[in-house]
Design a protein around this ligand. Structure first.
Ligand SMILES: [Zn+2]
Length: 120
């Protein structure tokens, strides 16, 4: 379980970004999580609700998108989506020289904010 430090990192990043841009409130955070990541959406949401209290990000909606991880076979150039557990052989030629592309972890794709001007 490493969602707590991950969530702290997300919160820190979005708050810093929002403050730099003069945002008054963060309304939504769009996160991309790699298909092979062990991060659990519900745990992020849980910690986020807890940690965001009293911050700009309080009550922001978290949107999760799972991004497939692409594996490329270096023997036959076949590309396929990796699923956990990660395959060690190319399904097409049986080659073992595989290159994994794409994030295994996560990143913040975008955030949605309300700034001073458009606030109610
Ligand atoms: Zn192959």
């Amino acid at each position: 379980m490493h969602e707590l430090p991950v969530t702290e990192g997300i919160l820190k990043t979005v708050i810093e970004t929002s403050e730099r841009n003069g945002a008054r409130r963060i309304t939504a955070i769009n996160l991309v999580i790699g298909e092979l990541s062990s991060i659990v959406d519900d745990s992020i949401q849980f910690y986020f609700d807890l940690l965001s209290q009293g911050t700009l990000a309080e009550n922001a909606a978290l949107h999760f998108r799972r991004e497939p991880t692409i594996v490329i076979c270096l023997d036959c150039a076949h590309r396929f989506n990796a699923t956990a557990p990660l395959e060690s052989q190319c399904p097409q030629c049986g080659g073992a020289h595989l290159q994994v592309k794409g994030s295994r972890d996560f990143f913040i794709e975008s955030i949605e904010v309300e700034d001073e001007d458009t606030g109610r």
